[in-house]
Write a new protein. Sequence first.
Length: 345
Amino acid sequence: MKPYVLALPLILSYAGLKQKKSLERKEITLKDTGRRSFLFYPQGKDPKTLPGVYLQHGMSAMGIDDQRIIDLAENIANTGYSVILPELPEVKALKIEVQTISNIQNLMLEIYENKQLFNGSDLGYLSASFSAGMGIIAASRSNTRNKIKTSMLIGGYCNFFEAVPFVFSHYEVDPYAVYVILYNMLHRFEPTLAGELESVYLEAALDNGLKRFGGNAKSSMLLEKTSHRAKEFFEAVHNDRNFRISLAKRVLDTVPEKMPETLSPYYQLESLRGPVALLHGESDPVISKEESEKLARLFREKGILHVHRTSTALTHGDSLPLHSQIFGVPALLQTFGSFLHWLER
């Protein structure tokens, strides 16, 4: 079946134009890693007979309870797949850690070996944003590359050194990633301020993700209790673009040695057995669409089969109403369709 046709039920379901089938949704605990997980599959089907999709959530304080990731899991399962959605505590806690690559790698191994979750041979990896970049590194490792049949990255990144400055330069459009980075990194170059502002930036990220603004924002209440210098720093980040750009350099200058390289597919990608679908929002304000372009160039250099498309139908992994972004739909069909086609062939 052609990729466009294969992905059509998924896209129509996402758009609300196709009635969803009844699904089974089970909460399970993966035995080896101890990860809390959801398992989705069509009602009346046995997951042991279905191709599997390991779906990794991104940096959301809701973790696997985030309705956006649940919607994606349900729509993929509705198309005839078993979807395994595990939770990573550090990612849920908005922590940027090198260890996450190994954690994803261990989940790939455990899911592949658990023949109760899918048909035992056809397993794909799908994720967005920073989890997508870290996941493709994990999928390229020697003990996982033959277990992940195909991967799909939505709004992924190639080079941490270049992704960070873009995040700071697009603060006005979406400040979420700046809050997350400062929550993780501020103590490395402003240790005194970090004692006051780490909790503020954590709550600012949560306020953004949970859509709390104005007087209802917990970060505003915490900020009021900080020193004058801390308030000045916070306001400078908010109002001064040049100051933000300088902060991006300070972040990269003070993170642990080799950490940006370790987190970057550009430096860490070993070898992939399976092909990759790359999808990026045309106006993604968090990770530049050029990051997926760089991934596509890297795959070409390494001889890795891939498809790469940008779409106006999504921003940073969040879909927009398809009826208003109809010209972005072919890119969705091509990338999701290729991923599903490669998973089943």
